[in-house]
Design a protein around this ligand. Sequence first.
Ligand code: GLA
Length: 333
Amino acid sequence: MKFPFTSPRLATFAAVGLFALVNLAASAAAPVKIGFLVKQPEEPWFQLEWKFADQAAKELGFTLIKTGATDGEKVLAAIDNLAANGAQGFIICTPDTHLGPGIAAKAKAANLKLLSVDDQFVGADGKPMAKIHHLGISAGKIGESVGATLAAEMKKRGWSAADTAVCAVTFDELATAKERTDGATSALLAAGFAKEKIFKAPQRTSDIPGAFDAVNILLTQKSSVKHWLVCGMNDSAVLGAVRALEGRGFGPDTAIGVGINGTDCIVEFEKSKPTSFYGSMLLSAKQHGYQTAEMMFKWIKDGVEPPLDSRTIGVLITRDNFRQVLKEQGITK
Ligand code: GLA
């Protein structure tokens, strides 16, 4: 007599249990999808970050959704798209660090984990958003190495202080860029270079044309300088400067440029004749691409929270050693 009463109950329990089990299995097996947004997809640096993130996706088994997010609108649309596609998190080098609070709020609302790479978000108070997980470079230190290299090369060439000036291609609205050029100029000052011979060429855009235009203006103003030492936030900044210098007749015997990235100057180093682009601080695109993707993957899959702030280093490459170093780092074959 009890059966007619208990069996529907049992059936309900069984159904609920089965539903829970199916649900659990579905969430455990939910495929991991990670977004990777970059501000300048045309720059070799960002293409390499993507390449290494792709490698992580293949090796660890997740889907990578890459988006070139060149302005704020594209960033917001990309986040919507990630949420609609069932992604659980994303890595971003934002086109504007002041978008940080908006991006963080949108990611939170869409329940997406967030990791910034390269350019750290800036809060409404103008300070870095230290609570957003970030991986960037040790910008000041790397800049100092640029300055020290320029000072050493000037000395090697026996250029006099009276004839030599520094052209710092600056992009001060971006903190990591300012730290780099400030680091370079402080190392030059420490090496005894005169402060009044250090000139800034502010870029309006952080690309080769932006640097080319900025340096052309400076060269017009300072036409009596015989030797130039050039630093900038990255390879593009120094390449733009080198092209402007060439337009005024400066070459490797009269100008020295040292970039940062080491990935956007490979074509320059491969030229049969040396140019005044002497060297670059090679950064680790693998750490910025593979490691950030791996951090995000483990955060989503195993709940392992990445460190809040990671910093990577750079090593000097020149025409003499770039092939070997790039091969060692898996950038070229
Ligand atoms: C910035 C620059 C890039 C590269 C990265 C490295 O985003 O724009 O060219 O130097 O930093 O972190």
